[in-house]
Ligand binder design. Structure first.
Ligand SMILES: Cc1ncc(C[n+]2csc(CCOP(=O)(O)OP(=O)(O)O)c2C)c(N)n1
Ligand SMILES: [Mg+2]
Length: 314
């Protein structure tokens, strides 16, 4: 009996939570990026996703470093700054049977990588694209990013004079088929209770030379607006979508984001979903065998075809 009680819990694949972990995080303690990594570990374990069937992508930044801190047994590519979408497109064309998870930052996606972001959304690549938005270029010491609020004052940066880019809005306008937003410190953000989150928490962090900050956690209900003070002293107002909100209605989604911008709210919840639009793989009618598993003689064009192409007059 005692033996049974100490037995490690496993999922349908017989894997324990530890099988979904990565290396210990080197990010600052209390950083929201770590909470997101924890939730990715918990979600993949709970959803019985085989780590070997996952491919992780990222660009450059603290957030983009975080795939090292989850799913050690998965494939992973760390790309150039802002260029993760190209990398992901190539890799998932090569093998569309893999689950793609991309992790990027607001600098990586909304500043240098904005063009890439808009196109990967437009093409509806079959992946989950997470943007860990802290309003700054964290890795290079906290310059304002393109998502920083106008008028935001930071000791080291002065006042931000520019209008912010709303990434959820950009995704929606760009024809994304799934747009959701959460606050890293919302314990119920993963559709589970606070108790569940605590119980399933994964220690990602041990040591750091940056003074550790407390994790910011906030609990608020559907329809509720809640002000939160961040580590740098800045404040945001979170507003969770109402229970009655219909995420299938794109016009309503645009209206709510526009209203939120006027009221300076950060809307959280499932903003938009369109389950029926074809993704990139469907659009290109790829072969049932993933391209990376086709033998060379099936990939190479026939001799006649090559001759035809070579003889084409432009
Ligand atoms: C081409 C290029 N330009 C600039 C940099 C410097 N740089 C490294 S990370 C970064 C910003 C990262 O910001 P964000 O994506 O928000 O990540 P965070 O660290 O905030 O998570 C910049 C500008 C770089 N590595 N490569
Ligand atoms: Mg950032």
């Amino acid at each position: 009996m005692a033996d049974q009680m100490t037995k490690t819990q496993v999922n349908l694949f017989g894997l324990s939570k530890a099988d979904y972990r990565g290396n210990p995080s080197t990010l600052c303690q209390g950083c929201g990026h770590n909470s997101i990594s924890s939730q990715i570990i918990a979600a993949c374990y709970e959803m019985n996703i085989l780590p070997e069937n996952v491919v992780k992508f990222s660009g450059i930044g603290c957030s983009s470093k975080s795939p090292t801190y989850f799913l050690n047994r998965s494939f992973g590519f760390n790309g150039l700054h802002g260029r993760m979408p190209s990398l992901a497109t190539g890799a998932l064309f090569g093998d569309y049977t893999l689950h793609g998870i991309g992790v990027s930052g607001d600098g990586d996606s909304a500043s240098i990588g904005m063009g890439q972001f808009k196109h990967v959304v437009r093409r509806n690549l079959n992946m989950v694209y997470i943007i860990e938005n802290n309003g700054v270029y964290g890795l290079t010491k906290g310059q304002f990013s393109a998502t920083a609020e106008k008028g935001l004052q930071l000791k080291s940066q002065g006042t931000n004079p520019y209008m912010p880019i709303d990434i959820a809005w950009e995704a929606l306008v760009g024809n994304a088929t799934f747009v959701g937003r959460s606050f890293a410190g919302d314990p119920r953000s993963a559709l589970h209770s606070y108790a569940w989150g605590k119980e399933h928490e994964v220690a990602l962090h041990e040591l750091s030379f940056v003074p550790p900050a407390e994790d910011i956690t906030v609990e608020y209900d559907e329809g509720e607006a809640k002000e939160v003070t961040l580590h740098d002293g800045s404040r945001i107002i979170l507003k969770k979508l109402e229970h009655e909100y219909d995420p299938h209605d794109r016009t309503a989604a645009m209206r709510i984001l526009e209203e939120a911008n006027a009221k300076q709210w950060l809307i959280t919840g499932l903003i938009y979903i369109s389950p029926t639009k074809p993704n990139l793989v469907d659009l290109h009618n790829l072969s049932p065998t993933p391209l990376n598993r086709l033998p060379e003689n099936r990939i190479r064009p026939a001799k006649d075809t090559i001759e035809q192409v070579n003889n084409l007059m432009f």
